[in-house]
Design a protein. Structure first.
Length: 289
């Protein structure tokens, strides 16, 4: 299943958990980290575990869990509560590089063995830019192995870490440091052979701004986007599906190369095409499937 929309839902709210399932997101991220106050974390773990057990069939919406940072005691309690309830994956926050993902993967392997779960079932999606050190490690995720589902990025924790007073220009564009983080996440994911997911859009009532952000992300190579409100899901799903025009063009490109086997450069509608164009067309068709 290709993921386009990944909707955060606070793990301590029954109402929001129930509403999340109705939003049409490809995945819910049941949050045990920043959306839950410290005094409510134990209750949130129990609630998330019960929610996972109550929804074993996930054909249309996967259920992921954002744990607390892996180097904290809270993360061990998070994993002890949720792994045996079989989430589809773990969103890993505040990493410093691939070693953190590899460490979590080893821990999950032991958990799967202990609970008699299929090995490798639990995937990992790290938020790869929330610490300054992580920016210097974004080229190293290829060694994380098959549990790595993709990479996503975030700006808020990174802003706090460096003491920034803001991360956007007056027109809403990311400032230069965070444009860099976004770009490195995109290239780091593709260097590792996994998809990149764009970060969230915080203006809840700005549908036009969300759509523009999604169009930009899809254009640049991201395959999906994080969401923080159910109303954002439909726009994200729409924008991260290839348009009819893109699909038609991709089919023409694939058909053109299929009818000219062994030819690496062709012309279509007055434009030169070569093998990278063919591969891009194949990716577009695969996303549509």
């Amino acid at each position: 299943m290709s993921l386009r929309s990944l909707l955060f839902v606070p793990g301590d709210s029954d109402r929001k958990l129930a509403r999340g399932l109705e939003a049409g997101a490809d995945a819910l991220i049941l949050d045990l980290e920043d959306a839950v106050a410290p005094e409510h974390k134990a209750a949130a773990r129990s609630r998330v575990r019960e929610f996972l057990l109550a929804h074993p069939e996930r054909r249309s919406t996967q259920l992921w869990v954002r744990i607390n940072p892996f180097d904290t005691p809270e993360s061990e309690a998070d994993l002890a509560a949720v792994v045996s309830a079989c989430p589809d994956g773990i969103l890993q926050p505040k990493i410093t590089g691939a070693d953190d993902v590899i460490g979590l993967a080893s821990y999950l392997e032991a958990c799967e063995s202990r609970h008699h779960l299929p090995p490798g079932q639990l995937r990992i999606l790290p938020v790869a830019t929330e610490t300054p050190a992580a920016l210097f490690a974004l080229g190293g995720f290829a060694r994380c192995g098959p549990r790595l589902l993709g990479l996503t990025w975030g700006a808020e924790d990174l802003s706090t870490a460096v003491g920034a007073t803001g991360n956007r220009e007056a027109d809403g564009r990311w400032t230069q440091p965070y444009q860099l983080a976004r770009s490195l996440c995109l290239f780091g994911a593709n260097a590792a052979g996994v998809p990149a997911f764009d970060t969230l859009f915080v203006e809840l009532r700005n549908a036009a701004g969300l759509r523009a952000s999604c169009v930009e992300g899809s254009r640049d190579g991201f395959v999906g986007k994080l969401a923080i409100h159910p109303d954002q899901v439909a726009i994200i799903n729409e924008c991260f599906m290839p348009s009819p025009e893109q699909l038609a063009h991709a089919r023409r490109v694939v058909e053109l190369f299929a009818t000219h086997p062994g030819v690496a450069a062709l012309s279509l509608e007055g434009k030169m095409l070569d093998i990278p164009h063919l591969r891009q067309a194949q990716k577009i068709l695969a996303r549509a499937r």
